[in-house]
Design a protein around this ligand. Structure first.
Ligand SMILES: Cc1ncc(C[n+]2csc(CCOP(=O)(O)OP(=O)(O)O)c2C)c(N)n1
Ligand SMILES: [Mg+2]
Length: 540
């Protein structure tokens, strides 16, 4: 006989959440969701709270991204849920298995004008894999299981449930949820063989690997496939660091020559979107390897596009026994371009200038970051530089907002990262504009004993908008911020610490102090507003 669980809706939800590996909730208080708090409180299940619901969802997303298991945000009815929609949408674009449990005005009074009464489901349906209202207390464990199964099935993504007040507050006695069963998407073996034959036989093949390779836990298989077929690998998103920077097949700087000259480009676990020039790689044939048929590009003619579990596909590529062209000359040529690019970067990262340029900040950061440090980008140009100058030494350590490009992930991602790794360095690279979206949550971090380092590239402008507007119109509006603001004092006022840095020689010692502080610490670096990220060369 199935084990029974009894209690109010919060207890029933928690039992199902735990069965799927959820180990904490991120939330901002609201009476509609009190039973979920009560269940967590009684069970000693950690509750982290924030100052804006976007941070709760971003924190849940960071947990999902870093740990490849569901992240949970609990949001109160109405504005709590609507404040979380940018986070849900980011999770949708990033294939992150996030579950949002929303409160909901009582069903028995629906339409009478209860406080915070709105039907959330139509609002979130376009950006979730599963969205539903739970109509009875006894249905809660089954609905949570359904939502989490959808979130964890490739192509992964967020799910949403709302619980009417009386459904969540009532009690029931129901069967405990069984062990999770996540379906595996089987690829078509013929398409996999075709892809392997093309790649192995190509003269100048290239692999670009992205977030789903990490999300699908296929990093080792990617490495094995690249090594077996001897193909240079570039990465983006959570794929960064898949091959360690010193690996003979790991490339980052030689992307332009690689994509201009390649005859076959295999893009694995990432869409053919703006980050990849929409998948137009000159004369190269494109192989798009995706984790589910829904992810095949509709706007590009591909040579073949195997869809299914990435571990299975990459293992099959590694085991390919057909003809293999010799790629050593191709790899040597790219290595020369890579080394030249690295030398240029090293020069920029060491350059003295007054005011400081972002490149120098990253030069100094590289000296103090441990190989397992988690770095988080939230901003415009300042984060483009981070992508270029920081080289993750291992996968699962770089969090960018992904292709939805939403500003404001910073403090939420930092909270999720700190909860995931209590002892690692967690470093947020933040534009001064981006700071406005989430910096108040430095209070949440300080209050709950979650130290992180925040490095603000403070150019006094919305740089990524100001420079292009100037270039387009010869003037700009709505692109200025107050120059020289002391964002460090904001964090001090909120229970953390910080300092302002104006000279490059002060950067190293300030970063050392920041990582030793044991509280949220903001290093406010005044940077050159004239410095614009060279967009034409930005393929990332
Ligand atoms: C929520 C949201 N609002 C607006 C934008 C548009 N946007 C993209 S980058 C950017 C400028 C960011 O400025 P800042 O954080 O100061 O970084 P900088 O470019 O100056 O280094 C803006 C406004 C966005 N991506 N997301
Ligand atoms: Mg700025």
């Amino acid at each position: 006989m199935a084990e029974m669980i009894e209690g109010h809706g919060g207890d029933l939800a928690l039992a199902a959440l735990r069965a799927y590996g959820v180990t904490e909730m991120f939330t901002l208080s609201g009476g509609h969701v009190f039973p979920l708090y009560d269940a967590a409180h009684k069970a000693g299940f950690p509750i982290y709270d924030v100052r804006h619901e976007q941070s709760a969802v971003f924190a849940a997303e960071a947990v999902a991204k870093l740990q490849r298991r569901p992240g949970l945000a609990v949001l109160t009815a109405g504005p709590g849920v609507t404040n979380g929609i940018s986070g849900l949408t980011s999770a949708f674009f990033n294939a992150s298995p996030v579950l949002v449990l929303g409160g909901r005005a009582p069903a028995f009074r629906w339409g009478s004008g209860s406080l915070q009464e709105i039907d959330h489901v139509p609002l979130v349906t376009p950006v979730t894999k599963y969205a539903a209202t739970v109509t009875g207390t006894e249905e809660i464990p089954g609905e949570v299981a359904k939502a989490l199964t959808a979130a964890l099935t490739a192509h992964r993504g967020p799910a949403f449930l709302d619980l009417p007040l009386e459904v969540l507050f009532s009690s029931e006695d129901v069967a405990a949820p069984g062990a999770p069963e996540i379906p595996v998407v089987q690829p078509d073996p013929e398409q996999v063989t075709q892809a392997a034959t093309l790649l192995a036989g190509a003269e100048r093949p290239v692999i670009i690997a992205g977030s789903d390779v990490w999300g699908g836990d296929a990093i080792a298989e990617l490495r094995a496939a690249a090594e077996a077929l001897q193909i240079p690998v570039f990465t983006n998103g959570m794929g960064r660091g898949a091959l360690p920077p010193g690996h003979p097949l790991a490339f980052a700087k030689a992307r332009r020559p690689a994509l201009n000259e390649a005859d076959v480009v295999a893009v694995i676990g990432t869409p053919l979107d703006f980050r990849l020039g929409f998948g137009e790689f000159g004369a190269a044939q494109v192989v798009h390897i995706v984790d589910a048929p829904s992810q095949r590009a509709g706007h590009v003619e591909t040579a073949v596009s195997p869809a299914g579990d990435l571990r299975l596909i990459l293992t099959a590529l590694a085991g390919h026994s057909g003809r293999r062209a010799d790629h050593s000359e191709w790899i040597e040529g790219l290595r020369a371009a890579e080394d030249a690019g690295k030398a240029r970067d090293a020069e920029a990262m060491a350059a003295e200038s007054d005011p400081i340029k972002p490149a120098r900040i990253y030069g100094e950061l590289r000296k103090v970051l441990a190989p397992d440090a988690v770095t988080i980008g939230d901003g415009g140009d300042f984060v483009s530089y981070a992508g270029r100058f920081l080289e993750p030494a291992q996968p699962g350590t770089w969090l960018d907002p992904g292709p939805y490009g939403c500003l404001g992930t910073g403090m939420g991602y930092a909270m999720g990262a700190r909860v995931t790794y209590p002892d690692r360095q967690i470093c947020v690279l933040m534009g001064d504009g981006a700071a406005g979206f989430s910096l108040m949550d430095a209070e949440s971090l300080a209050r709950q004993g979650l130290p992180v380092v925040i490095v603000v590239g403070n150019n006094g402008i919305w740089g990524l908008e100001k420079h292009p507007m100037q270039a387009m119109y010869g003037y700009d509006v709505a692109a200025d911020l107050q120059p020289g603001l002391h964002y460090d004092r904001v964090v001090q006022a909120l229970g953390g610490a910080g300092e302002t840095v104006e000279k490059s020689s002060e950067l190293g010692p300030a970063l050392e102090r920041a990582f030793d502080a044991g509280v949220p610490y903001l290093v406010n670096v005044l940077t050159d507003p004239a410095d614009a990220y060279p967009r034409s060369s930005n393929l990332a």
